[in-house]
Write a protein that binds this ligand. Structure first.
Ligand SMILES: NC(=O)c1ccc[n+]([C@@H]2O[C@H](COP(=O)([O-])OP(=O)(O)OC[C@H]3O[C@@H](n4cnc5c(N)ncnc54)[C@H](OP(=O)(O)O)[C@@H]3O)[C@@H](O)[C@H]2O)c1
Length: 289
């Protein structure tokens, strides 16, 4: 099996290593030659002279470029794709890329995928991986590829591009937004770093979230905020909730606050089977960070 990886950035590097370790023949193309040379030196993979040259003879093509470059890459390679090849993107949103894959790839199979982990992931084990087929042919391949990923330890979810993007508004967009707003707020307190010395797990978790999000690439995170379909709605709702809770604090309404907290507690307990394990999960997250 030969895999062509287009884009030698952070995720391109991760997948180069992954497929190479799986024993695949890997060829990589990218815009910046130095990045290709680095991958060749590190993993002994082949470097292609162009994106078109990379896909020639490849069974699978993995597009590891940012969303804003995806259309240009597809336009460049589309007429060279053969009927037996599988072309997959890994963009963190799915509706726009899947439409682009269908617009440009007329032969072969396409599949929208989203590895829901970053380049820091040590292995695929335990990682979530979403596949978004939109017809029977893609579903057949998604099941086969999903089974292979599961054998490697990934947790695979198959869903539609739209449902994926709505879910990502909650699982990516909202926590990113929250982390940035929390960081922006804490910066107004000159002793927010020293506060760690006296802090318990909740503050450390909050600061870790803020720092983890702020350390990421601004372009990638801004694009996600602007592209996820439900994110504005969730963040607007959050603002309303902040006002509701703050009003109770302003009014010094202790019983109102307690009863609102009681309702949240009850609903979380009813809806989340993991509710009782929050303590264990929180400390595990802190230990891993
Ligand atoms: N980072 C994450 O945590 C993460 C997680 C899951 C999925 N993803 C998805 O993975 C994709 C890549 O993300 P990343 O973090 O790896 O980005 P990245 O580090 O910026 O890497 C993107 C690479 O694509 C190359 N590229 C851009 N246009 C190209 C073209 N026309 N031809 C060939 N190569 C081209 C870039 O070249 P240059 O080096 O010349 O700029 C760069 O090396 C994105 O779609 C993102 O949504 C990212």
């Amino acid at each position: 099996m030969r895999v062509a990886i287009i884009g030698a950035g952070k995720m391109g590097r991760w997948f180069t290593k992954f497929f190479k370790e799986e024993g695949y023949s890997v060829i990589v193309s990218s815009r910046t030659r130095e990045k290709l040379l680095a991958l060749k030196d590190e993993f002994g993979v082949e470097m292609a002279e162009s994106n078109v040259a990379a896909i020639e003879g490849a069974d699978r093509v993995l597009l590891c470029v940012p969303l804003e470059n995806l259309e240009a890459v597809l336009e460049e390679i589309s007429s060279h794709i053969r009927s037996k090849q599988v072309v997959m993107d890994i963009c963190s949103i799915k509706e726009i890329p899947v439409n682009l894959l269908h617009k440009y790839v007329k032969k072969g199979i396409v599949l929208g995928t989203h590895p829901v982990f970053g380049p820091g992931a040590k292995s695929i084990e335990g990682q979530n991986y979403v596949l978004t087929p939109i017809n029977d042919k893609e579903m057949k391949f998604a099941k086969k590829f999903g089974t292979w990923l599961e054998e490697k330890g990934a947790k695979v979810v198959i869903t539609s591009p739209r449902d994926h993007d709505e879910l990502m508004s909650v699982v990516l967009g909202f926590p990113h937004f929250l982390g940035l707003v929390v960081g922006d707020t804490l910066l107004n307190y000159s002793n927010f770093v020293e506060a760690k010395d006296v802090a318990g797990a909740s503050y450390r978790l909050l600061l870790t979230l803020a720092e983890a999000v702020a350390s990421e690439e601004t372009g990638f995170y801004s694009n996600l905020q602007m592209s996820l379909p439900e994110v504005e709605k969730i963040e607007g709702l959050f603002l309303e909730k902040v006002e509701e809770w703050l009003e109770l604090v302003r009014r010094k309404d202790c019983s109102g606050f307690s009863s609102k907290m009681e309702q949240v507690k009850k609903r979380l307990k009813e809806l989340d089977p993991d509710y009782e394990r929050y303590y264990e999960v929180m400390y595990r997250l802190l230990d891993d960070s």
